[in-house]
Design a protein around this ligand. Structure first.
Ligand code: ACO
Length: 392
């Protein structure tokens, strides 16, 4: 695979200065170029994978609407779609085997380690046991996506002094994950609910962890390094989301008749309501809409679901009153919390479970980046002392 030739930074927009890669890089050549803290507004990649239309509350994977994918697809079919571009509803993924080096590493971790740290470690050690040549392949993407749920389930048991459970190759990926966590094969409806969560978590454009995976790939590193880095990026509270905080918030409200007062008091104290607002969506998050339907069809709903629906109604009304010009709607975390709690996961496993779901998207971005690679290497605007003599 050959790297793409250098192209101007923004060929479509003559108003934005372009960078001439042939020019020598001195401090002075940065003058006049736009600086965007956090790269906000900068287009840093081309993708055919996820389209996040924040203004209209739409999310599509390769053109297919998220609501349709949740209603009619499986996580395996969605992962296959992201990797190959082909919709095959019969696509299958099963829980993978854990290499002995990974198991030894998981056993060596302190029981108090965060599940995200354990997962990142497992992916790193897994990479050291594989031949992951350049360019990365769909086979590698599949192997890593199948491995990680087994590793997380193994750590979740080890920290409770329970022995890990071998993968059952007859189960699909999500059922296999629940089986390896609990030792019980989940009923169809429970597995279906978690599979739906995996579908909505699979891909979301050039977010921080996906960008991290693409940066690592752009150096011609390997699939495991890219995903280990992505897990590290997702671990931060600004990205990994906090469905567990939604659970806490609903518990604090306590009962439906307290919802209105609790919401108004929280806003008066300057607090943010968990599960509302989004940097990109200015409409109801389409993932929340899809998950709400899933939650309502679940046989074991968390006991606080009715209360959560009441809190949502009140919060949407009060947020609209407070910010009439700024739509603050329900985001994916609100109903993700209900699904994850409903399938029996403890809140401290929520972020790592989100990372498992995002494996499909991360690995698809790795393949896409590698297929038209250019080393990602932005510049920094130098604001320090430019040149001086060492003190005598
Ligand atoms: N509750 C109360 N007020 C809010 C909320 C909220 N959930 N979200 C935004 N606001 C307020 C802000 O404080 C700001 O008010 P100000 O102008 O008086 O300072 C105003 O609305 C506009 O804020 P935004 O520009 O929309 O917010 P931003 O893009 O900076 O933040 C974020 C987005 C972080 C998601 C924010 O809405 C938030 O903190 N929500 C609660 C936490 C949450 O649900 N996180 C999960 C997000 S989804 C995910 O990560 C997968």
């Amino acid at each position: 695979m050959t790297d793409k030739p250098a192209v101007p930074a923004h060929p479509a927009d003559p108003a934005i200065p372009t960078v001439d890669p042939a020019q020598p890089r001195t401090a002075h050549t940065f003058d006049g170029r736009p600086y965007s803290p956090g790269l906000e507004g900068v287009i840093a990649a081309e993708t055919e994978l996820g389209l996040v239309d924040g203004a209209n509350g739409r999310l599509m994977y390769r053109g297919y609407r998220i609501g349709d994918l949740v209603a009619h697809g499986t996580y395996a079919a969605v992962a296959n779609l992201l990797w190959t571009g082909t919709w095959d509803p019969r696509a299958r993924l099963a829980a993978g085997r854990i290499p002995s080096a990974v198991m030894a590493a998981l056993r060596a971790l302190p029981r108090t380690a965060k599940p995200m740290d354990a997962l990142r470690t497992a992916v790193s050690v897994w990479g050291a046991t594989q031949v992951l040549d350049w360019p990365p392949t769909e086979i590698q993407a599949r192997a890593l996506t199948e491995f990680s749920p087994s590793a997380l389930a193994a750590f979740a048991r080890l920290r409770q002094d329970l022995e890990p459970i071998d993968a059952d190759p007859t189960l699909d990926l999500v059922s296999g994950f629940l089986y390896q966590l609990t030792g019980e094969r989940p009923d169809k409806a429970t597995a279906r609910a978690l599979d739906a969560y995996f579908i909505v978590g699979a891909e979301h454009g050039l977010n921080a962890s996906t960008f991290t995976a693409r940066v690592i790939t752009s150096t011609r590193s390997d699939m495991a390094s890219a995903v280990a880095g992505a897990i590290g990026a997702m671990k931060g509270p600004l990205h990994g989301g906090a469905p567990s905080e939604v659970v806490e918030q609903i518990h604090k409200v306590g009962s439906p008749e307290h919802a209105e007062k609790w919401v108004r008091d929280a806003l008066a104290r300057g607090e943010r309501l968990m599960g509302f607002g989004h940097r990109v969506y200015r409409a109801y998050d389409p993932r929340a809409a899809a998950l709400r339907k899933v939650v309502e069809a679940m046989p074991t709903k968390p006991d606080w679901l009715e209360l959560a629906i009441k809190v949502e109604d009140v919060a949407l009304r009060v947020l609209e009153e407070k910010y009439p010009d700024r739509p603050l709607k329900t985001n994916v975390e609100f109903y993700a919390a209900a699904v994850l709690q409903g399938v029996g996961l403890t809140p401290d496993l929520f972020p790592a479970t989100f990372a498992l779901a995002r494996h499909a998207g991360w690995t698809a971005h790795v393949l896409e980046q590698a297929s038209a690679n250019r080393l990602i290497r932005p510049d920094a605007r130098f604001v320090g002392v430019e040149e001086r003599d060492l003190p005598k």
